[in-house]
Ligand binder design. Structure first.
Ligand SMILES: [Zn+2]
Ligand SMILES: [Zn+2]
Length: 243
């Protein structure tokens, strides 16, 4: 959606970003771009869930989690507010592909309200960066829109401390610290952020968690900054294949 579409979107009576129903219908009070029905329809990740990666464990005989068994130590707990199913899926889509920025603000605010202690005691919120190409096309980084609303609601400072490898330039342009962290990942710690990360509890924020690979790469990129802890929180997650 371009600028004109955004203006039209502003002029027309607001409709729900997930189901399209007009605000003020019999669905009740409309909060931002999402109707009350859809807000109530967001389904939290079912319990029991893995204490570390947050994956639902199901009711099977083996309670151990296969999803995070080989995760490195630098990444602590990972949580998602909701399952990636309707209407959460439509909200992610509206933010990512329809230029509906206020949906991301709704998502971040909703995440903050449902956040547990591990999220709330974070000292610095860091959004997962998007690619330069997506940034140009969309006009914003969807994870940063979500993270900003979450950080504001939870009263935690935010800093875009990670950069996509391509943004950081060629390998030779990286300083030695960045080069070491860059070996296995798509991200690097922004040079100006070293002091902000040191000794702090960092919370990575993204829209969707699928395999956890992105979160893992991001947490590795933070290691040279010597954070006290890295955890992650996403708006939604897929249900693991193993279930
Ligand atoms: Zn709706
Ligand atoms: Zn797990």
């Amino acid at each position: 959606m371009g600028r004109l579409a955004a203006v039209v979107d502003y002029l027309l009576p607001p409709a729900c970003a997930a189901c399209g129903s007009a605000a003020g219908d019999e669905v009740g009070a409309c909060e931002g771009p999402v109707c009350a029905n859809c807000r109530l329809g967001l389904r939290p990740v079912p319990q029991p869930a893995c204490a570390r990666c947050g994956a639902p464990l199901g009711t099977g005989e083996a309670p151990s989690c296969l999803e995070c068994a080989d995760w490195p130590n630098e990444l602590g707990s990972v949580r998602a507010a909701f399952l990636l199913e309707s209407p959460a899926r439509e909200l992610v889509h509206a933010l990512k592909y329809q230029g509906w920025r206020s949906v991301g603000e709704f998502m971040g605010t909703e995440m903050a309200r449902r956040a547990g202690a591990a999220v709330r005691d974070a000292e610095l919120v860091v959004p997962i960066p998007t690619s330069e190409r997506n940034l140009r096309r969309r006009g914003y980084n969807q994870a940063e829109v979500i993270a900003s609303a979450l950080a504001a609601e939870a009263g935690i400072p935010l800093r875009a401390c990670l950069e996509r490898w391509s943004q950081a330039g060629t390998q030779t342009a990286l300083n030695p610290m960045q080069r070491r962290a860059n070996v296995s990942g798509a991200f690097v710690l922004a040079e100006a952020c070293g002091d902000m990360v040191r000794g702090r509890r960092i919370l990575l924020v993204d829209d969707v968690i699928t395999t956890g690979a992105t979160i893992l790469a991001a947490s590795r990129a933070l290691v040279p900054g010597a954070p006290a802890r890295v955890s992650a929180y996403a708006f939604s997650r897929t249900v693991p294949m193993s279930l």
